[in-house]
Design a protein around this ligand. Structure first.
Ligand code: NAG
Length: 246
């Protein structure tokens, strides 16, 4: 299971939580567990478009993230960016191309492809790209087409009330988009000519711009993915996510 869920109440520690009944379970000892998860996880994501009320999981389509700060410190792209009220669209259309579950070592690795991931947010930024100064405050649209995401989830067992939970202590992601479209409204205090030129420039150099910012995006989004995964993994015992017997 990668990325799931938000803002679950922490008040129900004693209650036994379970995955919704319509989620496919993959048996821990099934030697085809990877094949099973490859189908089960995207299927679960699609069922979570509108959230899961009984687990206090809010809608994933779009996924709301309150904020993200990015400092790109070196190289040709030197920008400070603050994003607020972030909406991420398209994650629930992801498919998985591979899954490697090593439950003995609490490790899950999977590659996903998201046909179109739109990141829409209020932004404030200031800095420079190559030799050009850039600054603005408005709405950002960063759209990644055919985005391959490599997920590496490193977990550890946490025992509570006699139940083992698979807490994810580290969630690493790598983004490999086929194409990135960038649009920032209201650059240069609304100077339309400069703003249009900068948006054209950004898109002509989107590989460079994205590569310089990629690590910051990966870091920010991996912590979002980690949080949402742990909202479920910390609440539903491991043997209810990956049952041990038929
Ligand atoms: C964001 O940009 C993409 C690609 O240019 C476009 O298809 C999409 O409609 C835009 N979304 C919004 C909300 O403006």
């Amino acid at each position: 299971m990668f990325l799931i869920f938000f803002f679950a109440p922490l008040t129900v520690a004693a209650a036994q939580n379970a995955l919704p009944n319509d989620f496919t379970r993959c048996q821990q000892r099934d030697n085809k567990i990877n094949e099973c998860l490859k189908r089960a996880v995207p299927d679960a994501l699609r069922r979570m478009k509108d959230g899961i009320p009984q687990l206090s999981v809010p809608p994933l389509e779009p996924l709301l993230v309150s904020g993200m700060n990015i400092e790109s410190g070196a190289g040709p792209v030197l920008i400070t960016q603050i994003y607020k009220a972030i909406k991420i669209h398209g994650l629930t259309d992801s498919i998985l191309t591979s899954y490697k579950a090593d439950l003995k070592h609490y490790r899950l690795r999977t590659d996903s492809i998201t046909p179109k991931m739109e990141f829409i947010a209020d932004y404030v930024m200031k800095g420079r790209i190559l030799v050009l100064p850039i600054q603005g405050k408005g709405v950002a649209n960063i759209t990644m087409v055919n985005l391959v995401v490599k997920h590496d989830l490193i977990g550890e067992p946490v025992v509570r009330d006699g139940q083992t939970y698979m807490h994810i202590k580290d969630y690493r992601v790598k983004f490999v988009p086929d194409k990135v479209h960038l649009h920032f409204s209201n650059l240069f205090n609304g100077d339309k000519r400069l703003g249009d030129q900068m948006n054209i420039f950004l898109n002509e150099n989107s590989d460079l711009v994205f590569n310089e910012l990629k690590e910051s995006y990966e870091k920010s989004l991996s912590s979002v993915f980690q949080d949402v995964t742990n909202k479920i993994f910390d609440k539903v015992p491991m043997n209810k996510i990956f049952p041990e017997e038929q």
